[in-house]
Design a protein around this ligand. Sequence first.
Ligand SMILES: [Zn+2]
Length: 264
Amino acid sequence: MKALTCAATRRRIHAYCDEELPVSDQIAVGSHLEWCTACAALHADFQAVGSVLRTSMPGRLPLSTEAEVGLRAGVVSRMKTERTLSFASQAREMFEDMRLVYAGAGGAAAAVVCIVIMLGMMRFAGRLPVSLVASVETSAVFAPAPPMEPHIQLPRPIGQAFSTADITGDSVIMMVAVVTREGTVVNLSLLDPGGGRSSRQLTQTKAVEDLLGAVSRARFEPARVDGLPVEMNMVWVVEHTTVRATHAVKKRAARIGPAAPVNV
Ligand SMILES: [Zn+2]
């Protein structure tokens, strides 16, 4: 039989009162209480408290053995159920099989990569056409005309080159010529606005011949590239439009003066 110290006896004294100790501990505590007056006094106090509690609640009967077993089983099953349904236990079960975790993590990573690639394609789609055809169409429709190089200077007329011609009626005259390095006009010819050279309706009129004569005699400041004069092909478009008033406006305008043709 083992001998207990006072501290060991006092740790077991509650269980000794309720007769919950193993048989060997029960005997050891009992033998210690036989000779130790201090521990025996403590034990007497606990027993007195217990008897007072029992006498203060006379209507309360202690549980029978069957009822105690049923209560204990109910408490244990409820604890198990709550543990099963709790989020922490579900998470723990989820991570018990790491193969499933790896598969899920791989799928999530692949989805994230796909989303990033899609966003990148959407971001660059406006700037980079995906095919050569799309590239050509985009440049044909939306690309602005390249700006004139800053070191190129177009020929500029000296004085009034075209306005001396007297043209009546609506007409569009297109001329092509070469402005030489000396500023003179050579190879002057008419262009048909509908396509091709030498417009049929306009070549015979005197006004157009006067215009051609005026242009051929005009002097230009030659085109310059990097400050050096160069020859340059030029195309001029002279559009002549007569604005006529409506019938109601004509009456009013008659008091002011005749309508005049407008050169554009
Ligand atoms: Zn003692």
